[in-house]
Design a protein around this ligand. Structure first.
Ligand SMILES: C[C@](O)(CO)[C@H](O)COP(=O)(O)OP(=O)(O)OC[C@H]1O[C@@H](n2ccc(N)nc2=O)[C@H](O)[C@@H]1O
Ligand SMILES: Nc1ncnc2c1ncn2[C@@H]1O[C@H](COP(=O)(O)OP(=O)(O)OP(=O)(O)O)[C@@H](O)[C@H]1O
Length: 322
């Protein structure tokens, strides 16, 4: 049976600003229930491995030994395969079912897009297995059906994301940067909850569509964060980190505030929560600084529930290993 093994990296958000309500359509535009975003997304070297294998059955099956990851149709990797089988029924009939095995390294419900990256890997894997020859744009359009982060996970690297996060502009690749990540094992945050709570608390200040929104998008485009990335100025980037979702997640989780403060005490280039959290990351100039930051935060919060990773910025998204 033919199979492919893919590496599916996690992402962090170097910048996440919520502008207002996201709308779909042209003249009869309607709120989609999502938010209009401006984000800078960055792939990191913390990766899952996803094996996609033709099974010779007519089933889609998912295997993952992580206790928090479902093995049924609710797994985002399963949903990616189901979408492909619906989209390409003749290929599904010809090549048959697929077994997907997820080797989890990326923490779950962490704000690091683990599920989205697994789904992106399945799209790429089935494109290969079923010899579809899809373009990156076509794969990303399919990814957007599954979730806002999936299109980015396909291409990876460093990107500016707008719309609900699915519209992407590649930015100069940032490499040789270190990131220290920490998460309480027993704590997860629901992305839907984070956005819903943000809407309840800050919805009144949302920008209306039209000139206000376009002006803000323009400001960010020509602003300091884009300049810092273009100049590969890690010190400036560290100072400009932003995540609007911190405004709702931090007040709800005092231990994340404490973790963020412990990171801040170590004088990193910058520290921030990633996505909807609760993972907190700090940027470091070198591996030595990253190790020092990790050791100091570990000593400051001696809690066995706290898990750490040191990663580098990754210039790519889904990659084939076999
Ligand atoms: C927090 C981030 O991870 C940052 O990169 C993303 O914005 C979320 O991406 P994701 O997990 O792929 O999100 P989706 O699966 O598309 O949506 C999950 C939930 O978040 C809300 N959501 C998501 C993206 C967005 N721009 N606005 C939203 O309000 C959706 O209403 C939904 O209830
Ligand atoms: N393949 C998968 N990997 C991880 N979680 C999955 C997967 N499929 C479904 N889930 C479920 O999705 C939920 C969110 O998991 P995930 O790890 O993708 O969150 P996240 O990193 O916060 O996502 P994001 O950063 O995109 O908002 C969990 O409750 C988990 O049970």
């Amino acid at each position: 049976m033919r199979s492919y093994s893919l590496l599916a990296p996690a992402k962090i958000n170097l910048y996440l600003e919520i502008l207002g309500d996201h709308v779909t359509g042209g003249e009869d535009s309607r709120p989609s229930g999502f938010h209009e975003m401006v984000m800078v997304l960055q792939s990191i070297s913390l990766t899952d491995r996803v094996d996609v294998r033709a099974s010779g059955t007519d089933l889609i099956r998912v295997y993952c030994s992580h206790p928090q990851v479902p093995n049924d149709a609710s797994n985002l990797a399963y949903r990616a395969a189901a979408l492909m089988s619906k989209q390409f029924p003749d290929k599904f009939a010809r090549y048959g079912g697929v077994d997907i095995t997820i080797h989890k390294q990326i923490p779950v419900g962490a704000g690091l897009a683990g599920g989205s990256s697994n789904a992106a890997a399945v799209l790429v894997g089935l494109d290969l297995l079923w010899e579809l020859g899809l373009t990156r744009d076509e794969l990303q359009d399919l990814g957007a059906v599954l979730g806002s982060d999936v299109p980015f996970c396909i291409a990876g690297g460093t990107a500016l994301a707008t719309g609900r996060g699915e519209q992407l502009d590649a930015l100069p690749a940032l490499t040789d940067r270190y990131v220290v990540l920490a998460k309480y094992r027993s704590l997860s945050v629901s992305t839907a909850w984070a956005y819903q709570t943000y809407r309840q608390q800050f919805g009144a200040s949302y920008l209306r569509r039209g000139s206000d929104l376009e002006q803000r998008q323009q400001q960010i485009h020509s602003g300091a964060m884009m300049a810092a990335i273009a100049q590969r100025d890690a010190t400036k980037m560290g100072q400009l980190l932003r995540n609007d979702l911190e405004k709702v997640v931090l007040p709800a989780h005092p231990q994340v505030v404490q973790l963020r403060e412990a990171f801040q005490q170590t004088n990193p280039l910058g520290t921030m929560m990633s996505g909807s959290g609760p993972t907190v990351f700090a940027l470091a100039e070198s591996q030595t600084q990253a190790e020092d930051i990790q050791a100091r935060v570990k000593a400051a919060i001696a809690n066995p529930d706290l898990e750490f990773w040191i990663a580098t910025f990754n210039p790519f998204g889904i990659r084939i290993v076999e």
